[in-house]
Write a protein that binds this ligand. Structure first.
Ligand SMILES: [Zn+2]
Length: 151
């Protein structure tokens, strides 16, 4: 197995002998046929700014999702968590993250695919914070009433 280490990263197939070569290889390891720049890889990389969605496969190489889309997802998950347990502890950061993400989408720095998640994060975070704070106020009022009626 002379190419044992390279097989892991192979993503350029030789048109002549069908050997898989590393992406950066300019010539086939087996028959020295020029492999060129790989037109599909170049085209997908050029399309990248218009299509930055959830991990694109460019020439066999997995490209991770952009951080902004992950941020929208984290914002939404924190908003859901805020409803379930922690209220403002998760709701406030969820709202802030959602807001930042919507701002980034508006100015074109993030993928519009995160917009729904970021909106859920923003309003879900605000709503859960308001609901939890409201419950606290009611609890405090009830506590004040019951201690007042004890005298
Ligand atoms: Zn070859």
């Amino acid at each position: 197995m002379p190419y044992a280490t390279e097989i892991i990263y192979m993503n350029k197939t030789c048109p002549k002998c069908n050997l898989s070569n590393p992406a950066q290889a300019a010539f086939c390891h087996n028959c020295a046929t020029p492999l060129g720049a790989g037109p599909t890889v170049g085209a997908q990389q050029q399309a990248w700014p218009q299509n930055p969605v959830g991990g694109a496969v460019a020439g066999g190489q997995y490209v991770a999702a952009p951080q902004e889309t992950q941020r929208a997802m984290i914002s939404m998950l924190m908003a859901i968590g805020a409803f379930l347990c922690c209220g403002p502890l998760l709701g406030i950061p969820a709202a802030i993250l959602g807001w930042l993400e919507l701002d980034a989408i508006k100015s074109g720095r993030a993928s519009a695919n995160g917009k729904t998640m970021a909106t859920v994060g923003l309003w879900g975070g605000i709503a859960s914070t308001v609901i939890h704070v409201g419950i606290w106020i009611i609890w405090m009022l009830l506590g004040a009433l019951s201690s007042a009626s004890a005298y």
